[in-house]
Design a binder for this molecule. Structure first.
Ligand SMILES: [Zn+2]
Length: 263
C-alpha cells in the first residue's frame, strides 16, 4: 500500500448518543482486516482498546487485567498454549485503525502532552487539515489515563458517564502511545486534535491518555513516528438501532469533556 489510509467504524457523535451495544459493533476480525494500529472502545463503553502491531488489547474500566481480543476465525492454527485470557466474539461500537507506515520518524530527548503538537513539526501545521497517525515509544515519567465508568444500562449517555470519570497515573513505565490527530472540521465524526491511547511494554497497563511526560534519560529516549493519511473511510453501521434517531454532529463541548483529547 503506497499511502496511509484511515478506516473508522461508526462515528463519535453516535457514541455520544449511547450507541454502544454488541449488536451495532464491528467484529475484531473485520477491524483487523483494515488496520494493524488503532484505538477504540467495546460494548457498553467498558474501557479502552488499543491495536498495536496487529494485536488488540482491551483495558476494562474496572482496572482488571487487560484482555487480548482475537479473531475467533483465526483459531485454526491452535496455538492455545498461553492464550487462556484471549477473548473472542467481542465487537467494537467505535474504532479507528490504519496500516501504519510512518512518513516521518524523529528521535527526541523528551516529549509531553503539551509538546506533542510542536514535536510533529513540520507536519503540524503543514498538514493540519489531514488526519495523522502518531506513535511514540519511550520510557515515561508518568502516563495519566482516564477511565469512564461502563454504562450501567444499555443506553446511558456518554456525557453522563463522563461526569463519573476517574484518572489513574502510572509512573516510570516503558510503553507506547498510539493515536490520531483529527482535523478541526472532523469534530463529531472524530475527536478534533489528539486522541491517544497507551499500552505498557509489558501490556499490563493501558488506556485513554489525558496527560503524559517522558523521562529525559538520554537524547534518544523517544521514538516518534507519524503518518499522514490522505484517505479517510468511515463505515456507517447498518443496524436498525443506529438508524432509529437522527444523529447530528453533536455538542463539541460534551465530546471534549467525554473523550478528553488535547488540541
Ligand atoms: Zn479513547
Amino acid at each position: 500500500m503506497s499511502s496511509n489510509q484511515l478506516y473508522q467504524y461508526s462515528i463519535l457523535s453516535a457514541l455520544m448518543r449511547r450507541l454502544a451495544t454488541q449488536e451495532t459493533g464491528i467484529s475484531i476480525g473485520d477491524l483487523l482486516a483494515h488496520g494493524d494500529h488503532g484505538l477504540g472502545t467495546v460494548t457498553g463503553l467498558n474501557g479502552e482498546v488499543i491495536v498495536l502491531e496487529g494485536e488488540m488489547f482491551h483495558y476494562p474500566v474496572s482496572g482488571d487485567a487487560p484482555r487480548r481480543l482475537t479473531d475467533n476465525d483465526d483459531d485454526d492454527d491452535d496455538d492455545d498454549d498461553d492464550d487462556d485470557d484471549d477473548v473472542t466474539g467481542e465487537t467494537l461500537p467505535f474504532a479507528m485503525v490504519t496500516f501504519f507506515h510512518p512518513s516521518m520518524t524523529k528521535h527526541l530527548s523528551s516529549l509531553s502532552m503539551s509538546t506533542l503538537a510542536t514535536s510533529l513539526a513540520p507536519l503540524l501545521p503543514d498538514r493540519q487539515n489531514s488526519f495523522l497517525a502518531v506513535k511514540a515509544t519511550a520510557w515515561f515519567k508518568y502516563v495519566t489515563v482516564r477511565s469512564t465508568p461502563a454504562q450501567s444500562y444499555p443506553h446511558e449517555h456518554l456525557s453522563v458517564l463522563a461526569q463519573r470519570q476517574t484518572r489513574h497515573t502510572a509512573e516510570y513505565i516503558s510503553g507506547t502511545l498510539f493515536g490520531f490527530w483529527s482535523p478541526a472540521y472532523s469534530m463529531g465524526m472524530s475527536l478534533r486534535g489528539f486522541h491517544m491511547h497507551f499500552i505498557a511494554a509489558d501490556r499490563h497497563a493501558g488506556g485513554h491518555v489525558v496527560d503524559f511526560e517522558t523521562e529525559t534519560k538520554d537524547n534518544k529516549n523517544v521514538t516518534l513516528e507519524v503518518a499522514v493519511m490522505d484517505e479517510y473511510t468511515v463505515r456507517v453501521p447498518s443496524t436498525a438501532e443506529f438508524h432509529r434517531e437522527i444523529i447530528s454532529s453533536g455538542n463539541a463541548t460534551d465530546m471534549m469533556a467525554a473523550e478528553g483529547g488535547a488540541e
